[in-house]
Write a protein that binds this ligand. Structure first.
Ligand SMILES: Nc1ncnc2c1ncn2[C@@H]1O[C@H](COP(=O)(O)OP(=O)(O)OP(=O)(O)O)[C@@H](O)[C@H]1O
Ligand SMILES: [Mg+2]
Length: 312
């Protein structure tokens, strides 16, 4: 597959602060790449460098095989951007906002009318075409923001946390819409804090922190990296430290923690762990209530790599 974006050794320094630090990654044609990182890790700065909206200190950026620069208008016309901060015109209706942004690239009126309707459908704003932004809830405004960014059917779409403050049902609609854009041939970079979105949506993920690349791969590859096969959580009463130490010493156990009444055991191997721990608790007469076994999530991977929770 062809690389639509090639970023090599990108560094961006704001006075003293290295917001992006020697970052390199590629985006392949037709994929949805998840850009994952905590607040202030450099996601938006990377997007802004990609778009040549800000100058960077080092590195090269190629898009569609050509060097990207502030006056690469031919490249820019093929990119759709949904910025983190909503940017729409207060004095234009929903329809006219989308029509305006689409009109920057699509001059033919008939085609444009079709594209605007497609965008409205994609984000589910059919009932709000005549509304003005002030009358829209936060979630609807976000949906309008997305429609404005993608109405001209760009080949490459950059979405910077597009579903913040969107209710779960609209979020699912939006995610389906984004998949549809990919299925129609767009290449997408998707920035988010919501790991479940990344798991549902992204073909590949890169994790950054403090402007540096920590890991990249499919969600399955990243989960392998975190060396966690299974996580078992048990609601317990009082447990003596000596039992915790014994559990810790088992070969397949990676980590054990006891917080309040939750005993959490992570395993690096996944064979019969649940049965073994139940047998052990029963044998030692340790009382327990609920027990759940889970596959690791991207949050566990993130925690393992950075020592931090991804969500704030
Ligand atoms: N214009 C600016 N001037 C100075 N520092 C900046 C500027 N923009 C961003 N920064 C700093 O650069 C770092 C990276 O910021 P950036 O907005 O790229 O992070 P982010 O990953 O998008 O965070 P968030 O999840 O909060 O959107 C942060 O420490 C931020 O404070
Ligand atoms: Mg940001």
């Amino acid at each position: 597959m062809e690389n639509i974006i090639e970023i090599s050794n990108l560094t961006k320094i704001y006075s003293e602060l290295k917001a992006v630090d020697d970052l390199s990654f590629n985006v392949k044609e037709g994929e949805i790449l998840g850009l994952l990182g905590p607040n202030g890790s450099g996601k938006s700065t990377t997007m802004n460098c990609l778009l040549s909206l800000i100058k960077y200190n080092e590195g090269t950026i190629k898009i569609f095989g050509k060097k990207m620069s502030p006056d690469s208008y031919d490249i820019k016309a093929k990119i759709g951007v949904v910025f983190q901060d909503v940017a729409v015109f207060e004095e234009l209706s929903v329809y006219d906002n989308i029509d305006y942004f689409c009109g920057l690239y699509i001059k033919d009126k008939k085609t444009r009318a079709e594209y605007v309707e497609d965008a409205i459908k994609l984000v589910g704003l059919e009932d709000y075409k005549k509304f003005y932004p002030k009358k829209l809830s936060g979630g609807l405004l976000r949906r309008l923001n997305i429609a404005c960014g993608i109405a001209h059917k760009p080949k490459l779409i950059l979405l910077d946390e597009p579903t913040v403050a969107v209710d779960p049902q609209s979020r699912n609609n939006i995610l389906d819409g984004i998949k549809k854009l990919r299925d129609e041939g767009a290449t997408i970079i998707y920035t988010t804090h919501y790991m479940e979105e990344v798991e549902i949506l992204c073909d590949r993920v890169i994790i950054i922190d403090k402007g540096k690349l920590l890991a990249s791969g499919t969600t399955d590859e990243l989960k392998k990296l975190a060396r966690i096969e299974e996580k078992i959580t048990i609601e317990v009463g009082k447990v003596d430290e000596k039992y915790i130490d014994i559990i810790k010493s088992w070969d397949s156990v990676e980590k054990v923690s006891l917080n309040a009444n939750l005993l959490v055991i992570t395993y690096s191997e996944g064979k019969n762990n649940l049965g073994n721990i139940m047998d052990y608790l029963n044998k030692e007469k340790i009382k327990y209530n609920k027990v759940y076994s889970e596959r690791p999530t991207l949050n566990d991977v993130f925690l393992e790599l950075t020592g931090k929770e991804l969500r704030d």
